[in-house]
Design a protein around this ligand. Structure first.
Ligand SMILES: Cc1ncc(COP(=O)(O)O)c(C=O)c1O
Length: 454
């Protein structure tokens, strides 16, 4: 293996590897990028490129790469107890300690934790728990879960059905009893409304949907506080607070998916804190372990947990690796780092506002229809014409051109439709942000030039 060239690796990859969310014919023709190692805020590939990772892997490597504290925590735990299940009336010390820590960190009332390995599994767990809860409450007809278009909740059949990605539904992920409302996507839907009026209007879409289905049939509403994979859609202030009140009024469970927004990314431990929300359940993954090992969790509020514990009998659900001791040890070390380095406060008081300030001038670029950010999440919407704005037709091609220019210049960003998305490690300093913005600006200029000559 040591003698293999990059080309050898590419060919072998193309022969056997079916990567996630990939057009196989296209990738096999172009050849994959083989990532060999990473350190700090940079990933390195087998061609010798060093790329600034403005996506923190996939919204997850929040403390950056090469943190020996996490490696040591995993090594120590693997040596002591690499695995034991939690099925046989058994538990382990790291998972007991982590549960207490998560209960203390998350909003009041979320006093119970169920573990899984991915955000998708955690959301599948939520779907099952919610329906079980209503059945136990004598209301089995309360089954429908309302979510939002462009919401992303995972890729299992149930979590993809709950999510609002039409292309995923089209590929055999359309389970029943899910429905979607429009997201609070100001760039597309706000028109001339001011922020407060738009918040009320977008929240009213939920109330309209509940009225259409009948509250007796609605089990829950789920939302990402900021829709990440859908394009960093930042709601108008007060929207989710109004949505929560609508859920309470109609006795609909209110669920917040903090897989991306959790663990400091928004400048609060959880976006729910910053938005003053008290969800019944919460999904966690990604930043829980900074992606060093897989782990996800469902925070379960007292109302749901009390019913499950008192009347639920055996909950026929779980995974071999639910509550994995090594993942828990890494999560604990990760939380220690976030606390020790003051990352949450740093984003709230320094790097978050700084990102907003350096993004703002890009709004003047001829290709840019809007820039927006919240904590260390950012988006730049590319448009054909700023007046309107008029989107490109078809949507999605120009974003890819711009993303490819960025990657060539040494910056890993993501394109969602025609928006450039940024979600860097929470450890980014101001000079990392400056470099990210400089490379994105160059990519915008190069894309603009390409479009002139097309
Ligand atoms: C908000 C949200 N929920 C759930 C998921 C699914 O997580 P996973 O890919 O770990 O299954 C994601 C993944 O990006 C996500 O962003």
């Amino acid at each position: 293996m040591q003698d293999m060239t990059t080309q050898d690796w590419r060919e072998l990859d193309a022969l056997h590897h079916l990567a996630p969310f990939t057009d196989y014919r296209e990738l096999r023709a172009a050849g994959t990028r083989v990532i060999t190692h990473a350190q700090g805020h940079y990933i390195h590939d087998s061609d010798g490129n060093k790329i600034l990772d403005a996506m923190a892997g996939l919204w997850c490597v929040n403390v950056g790469y090469g943190r020996h504290e996490l490696v040591e925590a995993a090594t120590a735990q693997m040596t002591k107890l690499p695995y034991y299940n939690n099925f046989f009336k058994t538990s382990n010390q790291p998972i007991i300690a982590l549960s207490k820590r998560l209960v203390d960190l998350t909003p009041d009332g979320l006093n119970n934790v169920f573990y899984a390995n991915s955000g998708s599994e955690a959301n599948d767990t939520i779907i099952r728990m919610v329906r079980h809860f209503w059945a136990l409450a004598g209301k089995p007809e309360k089954k429908t879960i309302i979510a939002r278009t462009y919401g992303y909740h995972g890729s299992t059949i149930m979590s993809a059905s709950m999510g609002g990605m039409k292309a995923m539904h089209a590929q055999a992920a359309q389970a029943t009893d899910f429905t979607h409302i429009n997201p609070p996507y100001g760039f597309l839907y706000q028109g001339n409304l001011d922020e407060a009026a738009f918040a009320t209007q977008a929240a009213s879409w939920l109330e309209d949907k509940i009225a259409e289905i009948g509250a007796d049939h609605v089990a829950a509403f789920i939302a990402e506080p900021i829709q990440g994979a859908g394009g960093v859609i930042i709601p108008p202030a007060g929207y989710l607070k109004q949505v929560e009140a609508i859920c309470r009024k109609h006795d609909v469970l209110f669920i917040v998916d903090e897989v991306i927004t959790g663990f400091g990314r928004t400048g609060h431990w959880f976006a729910s804190h910053g938005m003053d929300l008290s969800p019944d359940m919460m999904t966690l993954a990604k930043g829980l372990t900074s992606g060093y090992v897989p782990m996800s969790a469902v925070m379960v509020g007292d109302r749901v947990a009390a019913r499950l514990i008192a009347d639920g009998g055996e909950f026929y659900h779980g995974f071999t690796y639910s509550g994995h001791p090594v993942a828990a040890a890494v999560a604990l070390a990760n939380l220690d780092l976030i606390e020790r380095d003051g990352l949450v406060e740093k984003i709230r008081n320094d790097t978050g506002p700084y990102l907003a300030s350096v993004l703002a001038p890009l709004a003047a670029h001829p290709l840019v229809g809007e820039v927006r950010s919240f904590g260390l999440l950012g988006a730049i919407e590319l448009v054909k014409d700023k007046a309107g704005p008029v989107l490109f037709d078809p949507v999605g091609q120009v974003g890819v051109i711009c993303r490819d220019h960025a990657i060539k210049s040494g910056l890993m960003v993501r394109a969602v439709r025609d928006a450039m998305i940024m979600s860097p490690p929470l450890t980014f300093e101001r000079d990392d942000i400056d470099l990210m913005i400089a490379r994105v600006s160059t990519a915008l200029d190069q894309t603009f030039e390409d479009l002139q000559t097309r």
